[in-house]
Structure formats: structure tokens, C-alpha cells
Ligand binder design. Structure first.
Ligand code: NZQ
Ligand code: ZN
Length: 384
């Protein structure tokens, strides 16, 4: 096992009715800016629950954070914060609202041009505190320190990380999933699955706990994910998927193990250029990444085949081929497409996405830096 520091300071309130807990979780003297997206929270009762919980607080709101949050929209919230002296952010939404809120929290206290946090890795020295009411289980953003923000003018989609923007608390009420459209349920299952794979499907370092936790998450998502799309989906299924998505990217399974993230880096470029949903890009790239990297990932691929998929691995080549095929089939079982052409993206994407990767210095991706620009090009071409 590799050395690691593990620290996750986000308090989780899990279960039905837990939105009311924000009354106790936010300091009573705070001036709270509630940040949300395009308005789904007005249609499903979440806004009412949040306003009831904040009834004794001094608070205001900023709506309109879009999927794949933009720097431009976030900066409008920063202006509001400065003008009206808010000192606490409550993000109510999915990964986009949470990521946007993290950037807003850092930008509000930043001296200089906040875009530098994303484009130049400028250090975040201070940030407003953030609380979260999660409405879409997918990204794990509710209890990690990562954020991904896009620039609508330059077509950059860039990440930053700072412990200072990690949420103080996150409310996870599986009931909020009742109003999620199939597309977002699908996105959530696939994103959580691929997060787990990015931290599991590398090379072995004898990290038995991390491996078995990761395998538990993969198996849970494969078992419960498809049930989310059925008519008789129940609270138990929603709860299991919601908790899996948080656990997939809260630092625990990634501590002390090598991490990949090549699929994500290529995926971010596809979203930046073609606007596909984040998880849609992952389902396209991952199967091709597994195939291209199968020698580097051989031992873990076989472990995945045997332990997660229950395959006989005596014929190793066959087992690896089946494991990759079953992964893609799982994406289909949750109604996810797995080809660029399914979204009308044609071969011009091969050059465009490769150029984007080069521009962002993504020329040696993966746990062994084995995904060179040339390999990325091949993976994208194989994903058409
Ligand atoms: O904006 P509203 O009206 O709220 O609608 C949203 C949005 O249109 C809707 N929605 C959310 N909760 C709902 C709901 N609709 C009905 N009922 C509800 N309960 O869903 C749509 C998509 O929301 P979004 O937040 O964009 O989705 P997701 O949670 O998948 O977040 C994706 C973003 O997170 C980033 C992605 O790159 C992408 O920008 N990621 C963040 C990560 C992190 N911070 O750790 C890691 C990930 O790998 C990922 O990169
Ligand atoms: Zn992701």
C-alpha cells in the first residue's frame, strides 16, 4: 500500500427528512447565499424544505448555475456576494451547482483574477464556508475538495482542488431522487461507477481494504443501478445508489492506491467541445481505455473479472475481453450510449479532442503516464 493522508471533514446527514438539519449545521449568525441551478428545486419541494429550514436565518439566493457550470455565471454570484456581504454558501443541487459554489467560494476571497485558479493552478488561500443539499447522486462533489468549471468563451473545462472548498456538511436525502429524469439517474450511476474504476483499475499495491471497498461499490452499482430505471424503484435502491456515489469519490477508496483519471481527462475535453453530459463521455471512453491499456492493467482487470463479474479467469485473454464487454453492456443496461456517433459526433473529433488535450498538457495520462497523446488519439478514434 502507498503512503497516504486521509482527511474528510464533511459531516453527512443521510436519510429522509434530513434537510431540516441544516438549521443546526449552519452557524446562526451566517448570512447565507443559497446557490442553485435551473429551477428543478422549485418543482420538487426541495426549495420549500430549504426555506423552512432557513426561516430564522438572514439569507438570499442565486439561481441559474448551468450543467457544466461556467466561470461567467459563477462570477455573477461572486459580485452578488461582494455587494451584499454574504459569508456562507448553501449549494442546493447536483455536481454542477456544488462545483460552481466551490469556485464561487474561492473566487469571492481571491485577490487577482479568479480564472487563474483554474488555468494556472493559483493557490486558494481562503474561501467562504459551504454547506450542501445534494439533489443528484453522481459526482461525489458533496464530500470532496474538487471542482470542475468551464469557460464558455474559450471552451476550457478545468479542475481545481482545495480543502478550503470542501463542504462543511452535506445532506443526502434519497427522496430527492424521485424527480430525477432517467437521463440524470443514468448519468449518476455511470459517473459513480467510473470514479470507482479510475481508482481501482490500475495496478495492484496489496491494498486489500481499498480493493474490496471498491469492488463492493462496483457490485452495488451494477446490482442497484438498473433498478433505478424500473417503475417500482424504492427508497432502498435510491439510498444504496446515493451512498455509493458519495463513497466513490470521498477520498476513501483512493487513499494509498495509484489512480488513473485518463478517462475523465479525455471526457472533460469532449464535454468542452461537444457539450455531451459528463457521464456520457465516460461511458464512451472507458471501454476503449480498458482495451488500449489492458497490458498495463492486466492484473487488476483479471481481479475485476473474477471478483466483481464472477468470471472464470483460467483463459486470461478471454476473461479480459469478456470483462470489457460486460462493462459496456452494463452501461447499456442503465440506458447509456457508448459511442461518439450515437451523439452525432464524427471523425473530426479525433483531431479536435487530441488538440484540446495537447493544449492542456494532457500528454501522459493514467497511473503510469502510459496514455500518451498518440494513445489518446487511438482511443478516441476507436470510440467513434
Ligand atoms: O439545474 P437544475 O434545474 O437543478 O436541473 C439539474 C440539471 O439540469 C437536474 N437535477 C438535479 N437534481 C434534480 C434535477 N432534476 C430533477 N430532480 C432533481 N432532484 O439535473 C441536471 C444535471 O445536473 P448536474 O449538476 O449538471 O449533474 P451532475 O451531478 O452529474 O454534475 C455534473 C458536473 O460535475 C462535474 C462534471 O464534470 C459536471 O460538470 N464533476 C465533478 C466532480 C467533482 N467535483 O468531484 C467529479 C466528476 O468527475 C465530474 O467531473
Ligand atoms: Zn466523473
Amino acid at each position: 500500500m502507498l503512503n497516504f493522508n486521509f482527511y474528510n471533514p464533511t459531516e453527512i446527514f443521510f436519510g429522509e427528512g434530513q434537510i431540516a438539519e441544516i438549521t443546526k449545521a449552519i452557524p446562526s449568525e451566517a448570512k447565507v447565499l443559497v446557490v442553485y441551478g435551473g429551477g428543478s428545486i422549485h418543482k420538487n419541494g426541495i426549495y420549500e424544505q430549504v426555506s423552512a429550514a432557513l426561516s430564522e436565518f438572514n439569507w438570499g439566493e442565486f439561481a441559474g448555475i448551468e450543467p457544466n457550470p461556467t466561470y461567467q455565471t459563477c462570477m455573477q454570484a461572486v459580485e452578488k456576494i461582494k455587494a451584499e456581504e454574504f459569508n456562507y454558501i448553501l449549494a442546493v443541487g447536483g455536481g454542477s451547482v456544488i462545483d460552481g459554489s466551490k469556485f464561487i467560494a474561492a473566487a469571492a476571497n481571491f485577490e487577482g483574477e479568479p480564472w487563474d485558479i483554474l488555468s494556472k493552478g493559483a493557490e486558494v488561500k481562503s474561501a467562504l464556508p459551504i454547506g450542501v443539499v445534494l439533489t443528484l447522486p453522481a459526482t461525489g462533489s458533496e464530500s470532496n475538495s474538487f471542482s470542475v468549471v468551464s469557460n464558455s468563451e474559450t471552451h476550457d473545462k478545468l479542475p481545481f482542488a482545495s480543502i478550503l472548498v470542501q463542504p462543511k456538511f452535506a445532506v443526502l436525502d434519497p427522496k430527492v431522487m424521485e424527480t430525477l429524469p432517467t437521463r440524470q439517474l443514468t448519468n449518476g450511476v455511470v459517473d459513480a461507477f467510473v470514479h470507482t474504476m479510475e481508482q481501482y483499475l490500475t495496478y495492484p499495491v496489496d491494498a486489500k481494504v481499498q480493493d474490496r471497498f471498491a469492488e463492493g461499490l462496483l457490485m452495488t452499482l451494477m446490482e442497484e443501478g438498473p433498478k433505478l430505471l424500473s417503475d417500482d424503484v424504492d427508497y432502498k435502491t435510491r439510498a444504496n445508489v446515493m451512498w455509493s456515489a458519495t463513497m466513490a469519490l470521498n477520498g476513501l477508496i483512493g487513499a494509498g492506491v495509484p489512480q488513473d483519471w485518463a478517462t475523465h481527462m479525455i471526457g472533460h475535453e469532449i464535454t468542452a467541445v461537444y457539450g455531451l453530459d459528463h457521464a456520457q463521455t465516460l461511458a464512451i471512453i472507458l471501454p476503449r481505455m480498458m482495451l488500449e491499456q489492458k497490458e498495463h492493467k492486466r492484473e487488476k482487470l483479471l481481479q475485476y473479472a473474477e471478483r466483481v463479474l464472477g468470471l472464470d479467469i483460467s483463459d486470461e485473454e478471454q476473461a479480459i475481453a469478456s470483462a470489457i464487454e460486460m462493462t459496456e453492456q452494463f452501461f447499456h443496461r442503465v440506458d447509456m450510449k457508448t459511442r461518439l456517433s450515437d451523439y452525432g459526433v464524427d471523425e473530426e473529433a479525433v483531431d479536435k479532442i487530441t488538440d484540446q488535450l495537447e493544449r492542456h498538457g494532457m500528454t501522459a495520462l493514467g497511473e503510469q503516464q502510459a496514455v500518451t497523446l498518440d494513445k489518446s488519439r487511438q482511443i478516441i478514434a476507436a470510440s467513434l
